[in-house]
Design a protein around this ligand. Structure first.
Ligand SMILES: [Zn+2]
Length: 176
């Protein structure tokens, strides 16, 4: 069975990143809880470094009842960042911040047009779902692939590239 415990280190990074880059979360009353888990899950052969979840419905209501005797009409749902502890301890601080920033990008609070309706917590998907092989074979074939590649290329310096790649990069490209 998986064991969970409160992740203070992750919470500290959340507290720093939310006002800096995730202002829409700061503007609502939504709670973000952070937990470590003792085992790391695998997905398609890769170790999962973190997971963004929302807790809503009955589970959230029961948690609320445990924490406050009278929950009233307060929205009880909340977000959770779940981080397996073992890979976390081997990450650099920069990688940890990037991971937490990534998980925060999954969180969205949908506000209703009618203020009497409750707000809704949403887990957003990634900006890009693509196979490396498709980009290798077909290039930047649609707008989301293109804008992702553009952002990634701005992070590359000439030093990151192999000599042949520098040549490819500066050589005129045949678009045909
Ligand atoms: Zn993700």
């Amino acid at each position: 069975m998986t064991t969970y415990w409160r992740a203070h280190e992750v919470e500290k990074i959340v507290e720093k990143l939310v006002p800096e880059h995730h202002e829409h979360l700061a503007r609502t009353d939504v709670t973000i809880r952070c937990v470590f888990r003792d085992t790391a899950a695998k997905s398609r052969g890769w170790i999962v470094l973190g997971k963004a979840r929302k807790v809503s419905g009955l589970a959230a209501h029961l948690v609320g009842l445990v924490r406050k005797d009278d929950l009233g009409d307060d929205p009880a749902d909340f977000f959770v960042i779940e981080v397996p502890h073992e890979p976390w301890v081997n990450l650099t601080q920069e990688q940890r911040i990037a991971l937490v920033d990534h998980e925060l990008c999954h969180f969205w609070v949908a506000l209703p047009d009618d203020p009497d309706e409750p707000r809704r917590l949403v887990i957003l998907g990634h900006d890009l779902e693509e196979f490396k092989a498709i980009v290798e074979r077909h290039g930047l074939w649609k707008p989301d692939v293109k804008s992702f590649a553009k952002a990634a290329s701005q992070q590359l310096s000439i030093d990151d590239l192999e000599p042949g790649e520098v040549f490819n990069r500066i050589a005129p490209v045949d678009e045909s």
